[in-house]
Design a protein around this ligand. Structure first.
Ligand code: AMP
Length: 622
């Protein structure tokens, strides 16, 4: 009654590998994916080196496109090119005030509005999943591996329905969601404020189309959102519009056609961004009407024409402070998020309002994704040893269970922030095994005997199957109070057994420190022990498999073949039972048995295929 971990053929489960985890900023206009590499958070670019993925999905004649190609097709195919889908997540048509801004055909289903496209009716969840899928693929090709999981950010004001929709979209995109994280919290983490002293922080987020202000309280390493306020119709686009109006006015040009408006708005945006970057800029355009425009935008002019817009962001700040019953002097730091916070007049206004310079040395477009990546890295269990382990909201020691050979398999790594849930598949070791013992342990060491035993329970009622066929999903869940529940479920019959334990109970900080020290001191020896135990488990598995194959199909072997196989089994069994067995010898003998049984396995396969095909008509086979 023991557990065996399922691993890919030839691939030993390797709990100490760096686990690939990403942070995703699923934005209204742009999305990003970031990861932590060698301790440094970084955004992962596309194949052309571009960090942003426009959050645009197009259902074209020849399939779905996402990002820049979709964005480029927006003007020519607006109804099938979905922008700003984030605004529709978890929302019914009646919840939305600005749907008429978009040229879509809506269907109002209970719960969430749907959009009719060339490819049929699409839910915002499916559309967002396309964006997330593109980011997953980008990450997997950048990191050359499969992702362990992702942290996806959401606005702090998102309600349950919007959060659930985001989570569903991520799942649909094939992502394992480690956590949904509030965008302002992610930004604060990117600035390392979670390691800073406790206090209250403001996050000022001015993007392309929206403004959000959040007030966060950091205590004991956990961020709490105290208040949020904002304006869903205020952002960088409005600054573009001011430049556009100014350009027409100074040139004495009257109303222009829709295509000239689009062109001029684009030029206005370029002029605005260049002004921040270079201190001066000239807007030059030849309109479709034939008129040409050359207008030089100075910093003074730009500041003057956008003054009211900057002023408009102060009202929500005051509201949020009022809601949280705070004064500006209570704010310990201000984090700047969103491309539009690059504008110097915005920086100045914020500094003046709060009486302190804002934190702005990270790229404001990337800061949310970077913070999410840092959080994902922690949740995936990649933190360096010794970091932050006394924080109350993290698990001080890894939680896992006993697998074959008295080894521990870590399910939730230490330092994971709670609440957290993790599941892993296991299978049976013996043919016909109908029960499984689950032994829950805590600690960093490789051998169960060196860890702390937390609980034991059994799962009964597994239908008898050949070894390795049953799928037992073991789920570890630690709630916000640090309570651990472990559930084991056999997936075909759905029989289930569960237990709840309080893992940190009775462990003092000193004990935790001792267990960690021991695990570091013994790391090398533990790895050797683990490797030996794994080799022994592999050997036992192949002996068992060979013996049951011999019991079933011995007649497929000639006498001399049988003798060779018996000899290989005997040799391996001898090594398995030997007290001071050497890992190399075990591995070699296992490989020898593998080779000796190859032809036999092939013949068994041929026979079972032939048996399966008997009775099938030629038609079925075609
Ligand atoms: P986001 O939604 O965070 O990607 O922000 C996009 C907004 O930031 C757009 O309105 C951009 O024009 C604006 N933005 C990006 N770079 C700059 C810049 N250098 N100066 C002024 N605004 C910028």
């Amino acid at each position: 009654m023991t557990l065996l971990q399922i691993a890919e053929p030839g691939e030993a489960p390797a709990p100490h590998q760096h686990r690939l985890a990403v942070g995703i900023d699923l934005g209204t206009t742009n999305s990003l994916v970031a990861t932590v590499r060698s301790g440094i958070p970084m955004v992962l670019p596309d194949e052309d080196g571009r960090p942003l993925l426009p959050s645009v999905v197009r259902y074209g004649d020849d399939g779905v496109t996402v990002g820049y190609p979709a964005q480029n097709a927006q003007a020519k195919d607006p109804q099938n090119t979905i922008v700003s889908v984030k605004r529709f997540m978890g929302r019914a048509l009646s919840d939305l005030s600005d749907v008429r801004r978009f040229p879509y055909h809506y269907t109002d289903l209970p719960g969430m509005v749907q959009i009719e496209t060339r490819a049929g009716r699409k839910s915002p969840v499916e559309i967002s999943a396309e964006i997330l899928k593109a980011l997953r693929i980008r990450a997997e090709s950048n990191l050359a591996g499969e992702l362990e999981g992702a942290v996806v950010t959401v606005p702090a004001y998102f309600d349950d329905a919007q959060r659930q929709a985001t989570r569903d979209a991520a799942r649909l995109a094939g992502l394992n969601v480690l956590r949904l994280l509030n965008e302002p919290t992610a930004a604060a983490i990117a600035y390392g404020l979670d390691n800073a002293s406790e206090g209250i922080y403001a996050v000022y987020d001015l993007g392309g189309g929206t403004f959000d202000l959040s007030i966060l309280k950091l205590s004991r390493g956990v961020f709490e959102v105290l208040a949020t306020a904002g304006d869903t119709a205020l952002g960088g686009d409005d600054f573009d519009h001011r430049v556009y109006c100014w350009a027409l006015e100074t040139q004495g040009i009257g109303p222009v056609s829709p295509s000239d408006t689009r062109l001029l708005m684009m030029k206005a945006r370029e002029a605005k961004e260049n002004l921040t970057l270079h201190g001066s800029s000239t807007l030059m355009a030849t309109l479709f009407s034939g008129e040409t425009i050359t207008a030089t935008l100075t910093a003074e002019t730009f500041t003057a024409i956008t003054q009211t817009l900057v002023g408009k962001t102060l009202a929500p700040i005051k509201k949020a402070l009022r809601d949280a019953k705070l004064a500006t002097t209570d704010i310990k730091g201000v984090v700047m998020v969103g491309g539009a916070t690059r504008m110097p007049q915005v920086q100045r206004a914020v500094a003046e309002f709060f009486g302190q310079p804002p934190l702005n040395n990270l790229d404001p477009d990337q800061v949310v994704a970077l913070g999410a990546a840092i959080q994902a890295n922690v949740l995936a269990g990649n933190r360096a040893p010794g970091e932050d382990w006394l924080l109350l909201d993290v698990i001080p020691l890894s939680l896992g269970l006993e697998t074959m050979g008295g080894l521990t398999e870590k399910i939730i790594s230490r330092n994971s922030t709670i609440p957290i849930a993790r599941a892993q598949s296991f299978t049976t070791f013996k043919d016909g095994q109908t029960a499984m013992a689950i032994h829950v342990v805590q600690g960093e060491r490789e051998r169960v005997d060196d860890c702390r035993s937390l609980a034991r329970f059994e799962l009964h009622g597994i239908p008898p199957m050949v070894a390795g066929a049953a799928r037992i999903l073991v789920t570890f869940q630690v709630d916000a109070d640090g309570l651990l529940s472990v559930t084991a479920r056999e997936e075909t019959t759905r029989v289930e057994a569960a237990i709840t334990v309080k893992p940190s109970y009775g462990l003092s900080d000193a004990e935790i420190a001792r267990m960690l020290e021991e695990s570091h001191a013994n790391a090398a020896a533990d790895m050797t022990t683990r490797a030996l135990l794994e080799a022994r488990v592999d050997a036992e598995r192949i002996i068992d498999a060979t013996e049951s194959a011999l019991a079933a199909d011995a007649e497929l072997l000639a006498a001399d073949e049988r003798a060779t196989l018996d000899e290989a089994v005997a040799r391996l069994r001898h090594l398995v039972n030997e007290a001071g067995a050497d890992r190399r010898a075990l591995v070699e003998a296992t490989e020898a048995l593998n080779r000796a049984s190859e032809a036999f396995a092939g013949r068994r396969m041929d026979r079972s295929v032939a048996q399966a095909l008997t009775g099938l008509s030629i038609d079925t086979l075609r």
